[in-house]
Design a protein around this ligand. Sequence first.
Ligand code: G6P
Length: 369
Amino acid sequence: EQIEKGGYEHFMLKEIYEQPSAIVDTYRGRMLVDKGMVRMAGMDDNIERFVNAKRILIVACGTSWHAGLVAEYIFEDFARVPVEVEYASEFRYRNPIIDENDVVIAISQSGETADTMAAIKLAKSKGAFVFGVCNVVGSSISRETHAGAYTHAGPEIGVASTKAFTTQITVLSLMALKLAKAKGNMSNTDFHYHLQELDLIPGKIKKALEANEHIKEVAKKYMNAANFLYLGRGFNFPVALEGALKLKEISYIHAEGYPAAEMKHGPIALIDENMPVVVIATKKGHYEKVVSNIQEIKSREARIIGIVTEGDTDVRSMSDYVIEVPDTVEAFTPLLTTIPLQLLSYHIAVMLGKNVDQPRNLAKSVTVE
Ligand code: G6P
């Protein structure tokens, strides 16, 4: 096992550090930056189904569901197609309205999750075209779907999903770009620019990982907190959910993810000087709005950990700690902002002496209902 961990203390840490190369493996051969094209057999062969889809429905569980939420923002922004994201376990039991005009994307690291499998079978029975995004080659879900694309992240052993999440977002981004181009929703210049930006992401993740020692300090400071709040907006709202999930899963600290502006409708009541609030506030999209959300929290004396773009000064001046990530186009910021949140939960769990790779009560893949 020590050999498999490749010198890292835990599989989770190894997998966090593997993300730059895993993402390259995901887009290699698919993203042809020089030619300005995205090649994906499963989509190329069925491009009409995607182009004519009245709606895209994404079904998944857990972290894969969070990747689906990120994809909702990306698909709608790039390809201008309505997207709905459903927990597979809810979808399967609610007599969903779905037909042959729908494309269903099922996301699953293991390809074995029982609820996701049941949702796929239901969607197929109603005539929808079902596309799988799985990591495990030859898995049940990859066989049950009409077509699909593997994430090629390599084996993920840690129960808390890390590289599976970022590679899922990578595949889904490529799909959204491809669909945007096929539908004529994105100019060639814009398309090309996004390919170039995606190509830079692995290098930028490496840069984000350099904050590891600083993140350890943050972890040490807040490891004894009873509750954490994670806030983000737009593309980074799902990242807030995922950050909170990571902390819950491995450190057993209660954490909630929330859209930053929605906080005033509830969670703000919980805020006091003992509550660390992790705010994703990259210099894109809703930056000004997030800054004013931070002011609201600050006035309630919360401890603020800002996830910011390199060189940021506004959020820094209001925060107890900031963790920087490199700049990129807004749609790809989740691939960077996720990294410090993974490391933060990892270090807190290690410092609390928890079993990081095999947290209590959780399974790597849930093959029963
Ligand atoms: C379990 C795992 C999670 C995972 C979820 C969905 O709960 O612990 O890490 O996100 O299942 O799994 P899947 O293999 O379908 O992505």
